[in-house]
Design a protein around this ligand. Structure first.
Ligand code: G4F
Length: 331
């Protein structure tokens, strides 16, 4: 009989890549979708028609219990969250609830559902490198002290420790992936990489003049989302649950992303095309992220397959093609 998986956050970038991977692996995949007329649902239904949709909300324990009863999963992937860091200062309470307490609800629903046979359902929590915030080690590892710098980061720390707590208190097979930034053509346009790739595409086609950004000096360890969902799956195939840093081990600034993105469309000097707007600066910045993925490599056998230049090229090429299609031009 095929394995079954339940994914929260199925309509997000990672949810879609993970669902594709699990379907390829022969799983029956269930996705939890929130709200009435969720605008992302038609995209999901068109791209991944084999995913079975269940409705529910991380804030509503009984809806999670019903989703577990309907899907009877072997594996639960908790990817659902309010995930935009900048938003979290203005909406700290709702971010704390969904991104923090939502993890507790999902863990508790899974524990109650599994009953006395707690090991029969494996659990993945999407932890984040934002938990390292004001970094206390370079590079950051599983053992690095957490020092979050945003309400989002604080909420993720809560979910991370609660996952460890369920593992230690109840013996649940609950693993956390501390994922560093991971991008793709499916990335939401509010995040800096996609904001840049979409703008570069439009600028190259003459339909946009310039792009406004915030701090260009922040550095991130950017990988490819398709690689990172494979790490999630590998974690749940291990005999023992654990926590893993998932990263490339390289760091690059926003400026370097801009260099490669503009060069991809033949623009070598972007200084006149990019404006720095204080509105996009954050109350507290995470200046430097660079992860050490040694444990994931050694235990999971995981390595990233897409490097930084290739990632930028894929995103820009995708957005140029998408913009050309929108404008009715051929590639
Ligand atoms: O792309 P970002 O918004 O991603 P951020 O804040 O690093 O968070 C992402 O990665 C985390 C993993 O570490 C996830 F947990 C989280 O859910 C999310 O996926 O911003 C990246 C950097 C920041 O330093 C920001 O200040 O880009 C800088 N930046 C400069 N100008 C900008 C902009 N970010 C955005 N979103 N928009 C700008 O105009």
């Amino acid at each position: 009989m095929s394995k079954r998986a339940l994914i929260t956050g199925i309509t997000g970038q990672d949810g879609m890549y993970l669902a594709e991977l699990l379907l390829r692996e022969g799983y029956e995949v269930f996705g939890l979708v929130r709200g009435q007329n969720n605008p992302k649902l038609p995209v999901l239904a068109a791209e991944l028609p084999d995913v079975k949709i269940l409705t529910g909300d991380l804030m509503d324990l009984s809806s999670l219990m019903r989703a577990l009863a309907a899907s009877q999963p072997d594996e639960v992937y908790n990817l659902g969250a309010i995930s935009f860091v900048a938003y979290s200062w203005e909406n700290a309470a709702v971010t704390s609830e969904v991104t923090g307490l939502g993890v507790l609800n999902m863990l508790e629903a899974t524990r109650l559902h599994a009953g006395s046979d707690i090991g029969r359902v494996r659990f993945y929590q999407a932890s984040s490198s934002e938990m390292f915030g004001k970094v206390q080690d370079v590079p950051q590892r599983e053992s690095t002290l957490l020092w979050p710098r945003s309400p989002y980061g604080v909420a993720k720390v809560y979910g991370h420790y609660m996952t460890i707590n369920y593992r230690e208190s109840y013996g649940m097979h609950a693993s956390s992936g501390i994922l560093f930034n991971h991008e793709s053509p499916r990335r939401g346009p509010e995040f800096v990489t996609r904001k840049i790739s979409q703008a570069v595409a439009r600028i190259s086609l003459g339909v946009q003049d310039s792009l406004s950004l915030g701090n260009l000096d922040a550095r991130r360890d950017w990988g490819y989302a398709g690689d990172y969902v494979r790490a999630m799956w590998l974690m749940l195939q291990q005999d023992d649950a654990d926590d893993y840093v998932i990263s490339t081990g390289e760091t690059h600034s926003i400026r370097e992303f801009l260099d490669l993105a503009f060069a991809r469309v033949g623009i070598d000097d972007w200084s006149e095309k990019v404006r720095v707007d204080p509105a996009f600066f954050r109350p507290a910045e995470v200046d430097l992220l660079i992860g050490d993925p040694a444990k994931a490599r050694e235990v999971l056998g995981w390595t990233p397959t897409v490097g930084f230049p290739e990632l930028v090229a894929r995103m820009v090429d995708h957005d140029v093609a998408e913009q050309e299609a929108l404008l009715g031009r051929s590639a």
